[in-house]
Design a protein around this ligand. Sequence first.
Ligand SMILES: [Zn+2]
Length: 204
Amino acid sequence: MTCNHPFVGSVRCQGDHMGNQQSPINLRDAVVVPRLADELDVRWRADQFSAHDEGNGWRFRPRGEHVVCLGGADYRLDNLHFHRPSEHWVRGRSRGAEMHAVHLRADDVLRACVVAVFVDLGEPGPSEAKPPSGIDLPALFPGGGFHRYEGSLTTGDFDEIVSWVVMNDPVQVEDPALRAFVRTHADHPRPVQPVNRRFVLATG
Ligand SMILES: [Zn+2]
């Protein structure tokens, strides 16, 4: 998004010109919806990934197909990436790190579903410059409850196209190569944004 205001010129928009459904947010005061958990079906499997620094940070792109079904619509995994510390906050506190699994809607690639998982990298340890190619994706999904809200991408043009699913429980990253890589190559988080008039939903 670029401002057209004559006094602003081509300065990148911040604040007023941006929409009011931005991400990430601080998760609090959620509305509990008892059957919300039934709306999510995550079908991930272990796969090979190719990883590159694409300008906005490192993106792991899968070789195979991985589907998330949310509210009756299918979304296919486009990329995995990591932020350290986390982008979403929970009741005023950030977490150690956060994985984003960005899925694009099968029948409308301008809509996305991002499954966010808080990841625990364990004790400080070695760093690693080379990204792992094999990732056990199911091991990075905690299951259980989650929060749901409508928001935006947190990089690039911050398009408000994302149905967010933020899992409540963290996962421990067991693969030492992935752990070492995320320690050094995770993206910085974007600051939390105002919730404004949105509802944040939570599983019961
Ligand atoms: Zn992200």
